[in-house]
Design a protein around this ligand. Structure first.
Ligand code: CA
Length: 227
């Protein structure tokens, strides 16, 4: 059964472009060009995920999100303008699952959609344990805050743990230094920008060197990922 995605985006060209790409990937798509109508469609339709622009006529995206969250846990990915840091923060605070900054590469949007839908399917399947993230023999348990390889515990500091968690939650997606900085250290981090590289180095010392396997990949000129 294909997943149903609602695009709420008033720039018709962008909405049409996303629609074509997602339809090509096999998703069932509907579109709305304004916030009020989009909200009604979420409330009355059976969607699996919503792509929600922030600057919208009638009702802005953050308000649409706020109203969706009164009644529904449907995954929502916000489409935000570059540099609209406050919008991202408010969106995540208000329960958005993820955001993507315009202009974006369609591959990144597709990857984020896959991650959100996968999480949703796991959460709605009661047999599965959504607190454990895995990559091969490496596993991270969010509830007990423990990391292990082949069952053997690996001691990490809190920051290292969060960095690993973000990488594992976005498996097979290359995360840029900026993205990692934002997600692990926060929007208001003012320190050295090479802190990401420093912590990746710590993680590699503790994980890769101990287990003798290269877990964290460097994608030159882009960032880091775990496959
Ligand atoms: Ca807009």
């Amino acid at each position: 059964m294909s997943d149903r995605i609602l695009i709420i985006e008033d720039e018709e060209k962008i909405a049409r472009f996303i629609e074509l790409e997602l339809a090509h990937e096999g998703y069932k798509i509907q579109k709305s060009f304004n916030g009020r109508e989009g909200l009604e469609m979420v409330e009355n339709g059976h969607f699996d995920l919503v792509l929600l622009d922030i600057m919208l006529p009638e009702l802005n995206g953050l308000e649409v999100l706020r109203r969706i969250r009164r009644t529904s846990e449907i995954p929502v990915i916000m489409l935000t303008a570059r540099d609209a840091v406050m919008d991202k923060v408010s969106g995540l605070d208000m329960g958005a699952d993820d955001y993507i900054t315009k202009p974006f590469a369609i591959e990144e949007l597709l990857a984020r959609i896959r991650v959100c839908l996968k999480r949703k399917h796991i959460e709605t399947a009661p047999e599965e344990n959504s607190y454990i993230l895995k990559a091969g023999r490496l596993s991270l348990d969010k509830s007990s805050h423990q990391v292990s390889y082949d069952g053997k515990p690996i001691e990490l500091t809190n920051r290292e743990f969060i960095l690993l968690e973000v990488l594992l939650e976005n498996r097979s997606i290359v995360l840029s230094r900026d993205t990692l900085l934002e997600r692990v250290w926060g929007f208001d981090y003012m320190g050295e920008t090479n802190v990401v590289d420093v912590y990746i180095h710590y993680l590699r010392n503790k994980i890769d060197d101990t287990v003798g396997e290269k877990i964290i990949e460097t994608v030159r000129g882009v960032g880091y990922m775990i496959k």
